[in-house]
Design a protein around this ligand. Sequence first.
Ligand SMILES: [Mg+2]
Ligand SMILES: [Zn+2]
Length: 230
Amino acid sequence: MIFFSDFDGTITQADVTDRILEELADPAWREVEELWVRGLIGSHECLERQMALVNAPRKRLDALIDAIPVDPSFPAFYQFTRQQRIPFYVVSDGFDYVIRRILRRAGVDGELRNGRHLFASAMRVEDGRVRVAFPNSCSEHGCATCKATVLRRVDRDSQPIIFAGDGLSDRFAVEETDIVFAKHQLLDYCRRQGIACHPFETFAEIQARLNNVVDIATMREAHPATTLAK
Ligand SMILES: [Mg+2]
Ligand SMILES: [Zn+2]
């Protein structure tokens, strides 16, 4: 299997971009947000216009990022994926600078933190302004980071794709996914649309479910003739 995860509200327990805007942006960011909520602009245009309203010294930005809580079971879950050789990717509308800083604090290393398994928007901080870029955007839905495109592009062979997320920007990803773990707005969306999903709150719950799957796969390898029906 291949595991893809959203970042804000899924690995973290709050949306970092929302916090940055609430505390460090000109209040006009809320008018832009309204256009996005009403579906008049995509997340790409939304974030580009909102981040241009942010004005803060790097120290304040970093202090805010450092106060964002992470799901306490995430570091152990990430280790579990490494041990089981399950490729783990983050796909996020959020910003690489923020995500890597939070992952470092959570003790996560390797391909995720060095960026090879991270698909996100890009951010540089210069003289109190943030400069952003969107290397994974799409014109189809106006996504800042097109989760559907990232999932479609992965070399999956016949391996099932698992996705975990919490928000509306994850709705394009679930169409490309075999097993969905959902919470909050994404859970409501899946239920409304009749999309099969596993509700979850923490990565400890996801790990417990995947452990069953891994155990079964290991038993099949060891005893190919065994049926596991009971
Ligand atoms: Mg999210
Ligand atoms: Zn898209």
